[in-house]
Design a protein around this ligand. Structure first.
Ligand code: SAH
Length: 460
């Protein structure tokens, strides 16, 4: 971002413009909407400018610009449509200490004027840093169509009513009041005022709404793998508290007005403490909000769900679990494999590589057996430990192991290896996204190739 958009207070401030032709007129039409003290310096001012001067809307100095004309000016526009004259007056204005814009000369301007959608006091400014003026115009056109012409009136009436709305508690309740007010399109001050009074009465007397918590599985990343229930919960949420692993495309689906709070953690990562997350969930729900606690995959798999449920129970907050597709399901789908298979494994384990205490211990002897299948979550860092334990307990070094990173996302990567090669292959692959380690599974194609190879070996 080379230009930082700000809204400048111009009430009573000097703005000076040099030029009297079409470019000057275009800028003046915008500047006249402000409450700035406008001065135009032009030896050949268009009749419109002279007319504005005669009605006191601006001051006209009928000559070419001289040193000191822009003294104490906040902004200065060079709009002479003549490069040499613009450069001369810009130089004078710089010396007078004003911020300078030269019309149609981005490189020598200290600020630029955006395309504006004006619903005063609601103002939308659109800028493309000169890269795509056509795009700016088309964005402006679509916003002009989208935003009711009555929006300004409604906002002015609303602003005058703000003090009364303080009777509603700050937060979700006040937001609900304003959302309902702005959902209507009213073009009459009296009608808008009556509606505000009526709405305030309704919201003040509304029965206390109890908040509740949906503990929602966001799935492995692909937004199409969200359940309809998860979609619905996101559509209606007041507050969404999400884990770092939840894909941005999924967060986009939350209700526009929802408050989005990051719980910052990945698996057992420490960035926000579990107590702080519990507190966040409970306090918003007790304030009457519909809280969506959004967890990657399925919330019941390595999601510290029980701690959050216990915190809700302890505070009398109602909760509900919306299951999601766990990353192991998305992972095996990408491998073209089943988690269970007749004649190979009649059970499957979901295990974690490490837990709060460090590397997690498991029944290595059983896991080392022929045909065992396990999906190892958070297994990247502990891969060498797991490899060592399994080999020590007699696992076949040729056991297939597949690591899948970012399952179901566009950035998905698969590493197909064997137990003996798991490390250093995994370190060499330098995966930096969430990854699952599948013990006892190979991608279907690789499996076929190795079976064919073994058959050939046996036949020769
Ligand atoms: N509740 C989640 C698991 C949370 S623990 C679920 O059901 O999937 C976090 C671990 O999940 C990560 O360390 C990684 O092992 C795994 N994981 C989550 N999303 C993943 C994805 N898209 N691809 C691969 N592994 C993923």
């Amino acid at each position: 971002m080379k230009h930082f958009p700000i809204f400048m207070a111009l009430e009573g401030r000097r703005v000076v413009l040099s030029g009297g032709g079409e470019a000057a007129l275009a800028k003046l039409r915008l500047l006249l909407k402000t409450e700035a003290k406008l001065t135009v310096v032009a030896s050949d001012a268009a009749p419109e400018i002279a007319a504005w001067a005669s009605t006191g809307r601006l001051t006209l100095i009928n000559r070419a610009m001289e040193p000191g004309d822009a003294i104490c000016a906040s902004l200065f526009y060079a709009a002479n449509e003549d490069a040499a004259e613009d450069a001369r007056v810009a130089d004078l204005a710089h010396r007078d200490g004003a911020l300078v814009n030269i019309v149609d000369n981005l490189a020598d301007s200290q600020f630029i004027t955006p395309a504006i959608v004006d619903r005063d006091p609601v103002t939308v400014a659109i800028g493309t840093e000169g890269a795509a003026p056509v795009l700016a115009r088309s964005i402006k056109k679509s916003l002009e169509e989208q935003l009711s012409p009555n929006l300004g009136l409604m906002a002015r009436v609303g602003k005058a009513f703000r003090a009364k709305v303080e009777a509603l508690p700050f937060g979700a309740k006040r937001r609900a009041f304003w959302s309902e007010y702005y959902a209507a399109d009213i073009g009459d001050t009296g009608v808008a005022q009556n509606r505000l009074e009526g709405l305030l009465d309704k919201h003040l007397n509304a029965p206390e709404r109890e908040g509740w918590v949906d503990l929602v599985g966001a799935g492995p990343g692909d937004p199409e793998l969200l359940t309809l229930k998860a979609r619905k919960a996101l559509d209606n949420a007041d507050v969404v508290i999400y884990d770092r692993l939840v894909a941005p495309e999924i967060l986009e689906l939350a209700r526009r007005e929802a408050v989005m709070l990051s719980a910052g953690k990945e698996g057992f990562g420490p960035s926000v403490t579990q107590d702080a997350i519990n507190e966040m969930i409970v306090s918003h729900a007790r304030g009457g909000a519909h809280v969506v606690r959004l967890k990657s995959g399925d919330p019941t798999v390595f999601g510290r769900l029980d701690e959050e449920i216990e915190a809700c129970d302890a505070s009398g907050v109602k909760w509900n679990i919306v299951p999601g597709i766990t990353s192991a399901s998305a992972g095996v789908a990408a491998l073209g494999q089943s988690l269970t298979k007749r004649g190979r494994n009649s059970g499957v384990r979901f295990i974690t590589g490490h837990d709060t205490k460090g590397y997690a211990d498991h029944d290595w002897k059983t896991l080392a057996g022929e045909g065992e299948v396990a999906a190892i979550y958070m297994g990247k860092k502990s891969a060498r430990f797991i490899q060592g334990r399994l080999l020590m307990h007699g696992a076949n070094p040729a056991t297939p192991v597949t690591v899948i990173e970012n399952a179901s996302r566009a950035s998905q990567r698969i590493l197909s290896t064997t137990l003996s090669q798991l490390e250093p292959s995994l370190t060499d692959a330098a995966f930096d996204g969430p990854a699952l380690v599948f013990l006892g599974l190979a991608p279907r194609e690789a499996l076929q190739a190795s079976e064919e190879f073994e058959q050939k070996e046996a036949a020769s």
